[in-house]
Design a protein around this ligand. Sequence first.
Ligand code: ZN
Length: 203
Amino acid sequence: MEVKDLALSPKEDVENVLCEDVTVEEAPEMIKLGEKMIEACAKWGGIGLAAPQVGIKKKMFIWTVGEDLNGRNFQIVFNPKYFVIGKKQMMLEGCLSYANSHFLIERYRRRIAYYYSFFGGKFVKIVKPLLGLKAVIFQHECDHVDGQTIAMKGEKLDEEKNKAFIDSLKSDIPSEKKEIPKEGTGAGGSAIYSFTPNLGDSK
Ligand SMILES: [Zn+2]
């Protein structure tokens, strides 16, 4: 597999895609791909990107880790799995595969994640409890490698509410989120927001 410049696949190729586990033999090449994906994801204003979104049918994604989600501190994840615990909440999510759209989706607040990293020529299993936003990003990307997307599971905001939401982000970004690139959110980056479902009729 030669890693070229990456491009986003059309959503038809992302929905219901079947991805295979990454093998130890494939890992070095997948790391090269992961590095390209990190570059592309940062450029596109996303906070996570799964291999099938760029046409690679493998269970691999990159995601933003660390306390500062805007710090672009990405990590490569192989063969992820999780189980959920705790309460559900409604989230408003965007995705690089659905530019300019946001979807309301029910997510669990906590989950236990399992995945592999590659060190010294072998896979190392990582088990981690995840809370809040990180739990949501992890599930969003896990869904991708299982052929599921927010458009398949969530409820799309209509045009007016979507526009109102994007405008509200631009005018009312809390100080700690000031670095969210406007282009990223406006162009449908993989932004994920904690959300109270009250976009009602009033603007
Ligand atoms: Zn996505």
